[in-house]
Write a protein that binds this ligand. Structure first.
Ligand SMILES: [Zn+2]
Length: 270
């Protein structure tokens, strides 16, 4: 008699993240359970992973979680306590990154001008509730997590994994960027409504939802994902990276092998 996990690994024998060469060893929840209120994650969103792939985005996930909760759903004590816990985790492991999330005064000034937001009398720019995603480590973590989301959703909706030749173009937007820049080109034509995501009777679409389009030959898929009303990902996943057009050098196309080694390692303990 197999346990539920053994059964899962026997049904999904290969890690779906690193290109199809590693056997699955663990179940990886994508998005992570910590993204959800009370850790009630949606049913059907666990994926076969090798140990390296499961572990390697643990710290990226911490950062993405902060951005995914930037605009709270409701002002409940539970939500506030969860957000505080996420920030404390970040502070304990990566204090310099936490500090870098505070935007500089001139950035805040530019954002409030662009958004047409009024500052309250006596309010300092540093008190305005914005996060900065400018730090390099933040950019890389958000990109790596986008790759992981792309591998997982491709596996779920095409019932096969992205091979090592695959490429994933990851574009992410904070709620501020989405309202200023609009949807990325090419996604506007996506059809369908987001599927219902639930655990038992709880509907989780207020915390995580997405729409997607699959190419008829099954060689490509696009996903548009929203975390709360806070963080948005647009992902283009192709079976073979050569299907993508040439991009300028500053555009990074992510490859499944990028997940094998962690990107962030916590600060040394004193
Ligand atoms: Zn793997």
């Amino acid at each position: 008699m197999l346990t539920r996990t053994q059964q899962f690994l026997s049904d999904h024998p290969v890690c779906c993240f690193c290109g199809g060469e590693a056997p699955s060893e663990e179940e990886d929840h994508i998005p992570g359970r910590d993204f959800f209120k009370g850790r009630h994650w949606p049913e059907g969103y666990s994926f076969p992973a090798c140990k390296d792939c499961n572990a390697s985005t643990r710290h990226d996930e911490m950062l993405v979680n902060v951005f995914s909760r930037a605009l709270p759903l409701e002002d409940s004590e539970e939500q506030a306590a969860e957000f505080k816990r996420v920030l404390t985790g970040l502070k304990n492991n990566f204090p310099h990154i936490l500090a870098a999330l505070q935007p500089r005064a001139n950035e805040v000034r530019a954002i409030i001008k662009a958004l047409g937001v009024q500052r309250l009398p006596g309010q300092f720019l540093s008190e305005m509730p914005f996060l900065s995603a400018d730090h390099d480590a933040v950019q890389v973590s958000l990109g790596r997590y986008g790759l992981k989301l792309g591998c997982a959703l491709f596996y779920k909706h095409l019932a096969r994994l992205l091979p090592k030749e695959a490429g994933v173009l990851v574009k992410w937007q904070t709620n501020v960027r989405l309202s200023l820049d609009g949807l990325p080109e090419g996604l506007v034509s996506l059809t369908g409504v987001p599927g219902m995501l639930n655990r038992g009777k709880s509907i989780l679409n207020d915390q995580f939802q997405y729409r997607y389009g699959l190419q008829d030959d099954g060689n490509a898929a696009v996903f548009f994902i929203g975390f709360r009303l806070s963080l948005y990902y647009s992902l283009t996943c192709v079976n073979d990276v050569r299907q993508l057009p040439e991009f300028p050098p500053e555009v990074r196309v992510w490859r499944p092998r990028d997940l094998q080694k962690p990107h962030l390692t916590p600060a040394m303990q004193r």
